[in-house]
Design a protein around this ligand. Structure first.
Ligand code: SF4
Ligand code: SF4
Length: 56
């Protein structure tokens, strides 16, 4: 299971530096590669819009 970024993302870029495995990619809305994400939760803690959460 990976974390996912929803459409609350404002592309601020804060999360990308927090990811230890470089699973986050830039874009209009940032995205997480589920193959790389280790479910650590670091990105979710720093997101100002709470756009990142564990996948259901
Ligand atoms: S949960 Fe951890 S490994 Fe997954 S994208 Fe966020 S910072 Fe990276
Ligand atoms: S920290 Fe949140 S709002 Fe900022 S780029 Fe990442 S997901 Fe988007």
């Amino acid at each position: 299971m990976a974390y996912v970024i929803n459409d609350e993302c404002i592309a601020c870029g804060t999360c990308i530096d927090e990811c230890p495995v470089e699973a986050i990619s830039e874009g209009e809305i940032y995205t997480i590669d589920p193959e790389l994400c280790t479910d650590c939760g670091s990105c979710a803690e720093v997101c100002p819009t709470e756009a990142i959460s564990p996948a259901e």
